[in-house]
Design a binder for this molecule. Structure first.
Ligand code: ZN
Length: 191
């Protein structure tokens, strides 16, 4: 069933965060998107997706993680390798570049976010599979709402929302969307 799509938009949520078996789920996903035109938006902060063999240029993690560091005061908006210890500008000890910081430096993910926005605008009139896996309502403006909007606008799209607790689909997109109440990690592992 996945072969009929040209493009794959994948959203990954908290159900994948720090899960031992997430790597198997990523393997499953790779089976359907390897060599295809895809983009992945992930809310996970464990960075495991970057070790799963996907094309890094097709991933955005807007909440950040532990791959990079920043100044705790954001005295500059520079992003540093995680091996670096202190801010070259103010001398403070660097912290991980993620949303848990009081002064989150968003430059860490914004270039990829822009790329993702451009990619999305290129999906119109294409056979697009929108796959939303285990996304909670904590930051609905990043995945849940835009994914619903994209599905609503693109008549050739189809959405699969897999979620253990909140798989419900809005009536406006129910013709083009299906809901699977299951652990998304488990679901992807079985692909
Ligand atoms: Zn600083």
């Amino acid at each position: 069933m996945f072969d009929e799509y040209d493009m794959f938009l994948i959203g990954i949520g908290e159900e994948f965060e720090e899960k031992e078996n997430a790597s198997k789920a990523y393997e499953g996903l790779k089976k359907i998107i390897d060599g295809k035109n895809y983009f992945i938006v992930s809310l996970c902060m464990d960075d495991r997706i970057y070790d799963a063999g996907f094309d890094e240029g097709r991933i955005v993690t807007p909440l950040g993680g532990k791959r990079f560091k920043q100044c705790p005061d954001a005295c500059t908006h520079d992003i540093y390798e995680s091996s670096k210890l202190v801010c070259p500008n103010c001398g403070k000890e660097l912290v991980f570049n993620n949303i848990l910081q009081e002064n989150y430096v968003e430059e860490g993910y914004l270039p990829q976010w822009e790329k993702h926005k451009k990619w999305i605008s290129g999906t119109l009139n294409h056979k697009l599979l929108v796959l939303e896996l285990g996304v909670s309502l904590r930051f609905p403006q990043i995945i849940r709402w835009p994914f619903e909007r994209i599905t609503m606008i693109n008549e050739k799209s189809h959405m699969i929302r897999v979620n253990e607790t909140i798989p419900q689909i809005n009536a406006e997109i129910s013709e083009r969307a299906e809901s699977v109440r299951q652990s998304s990690v488990e679901w992807a592992t079985l692909l």
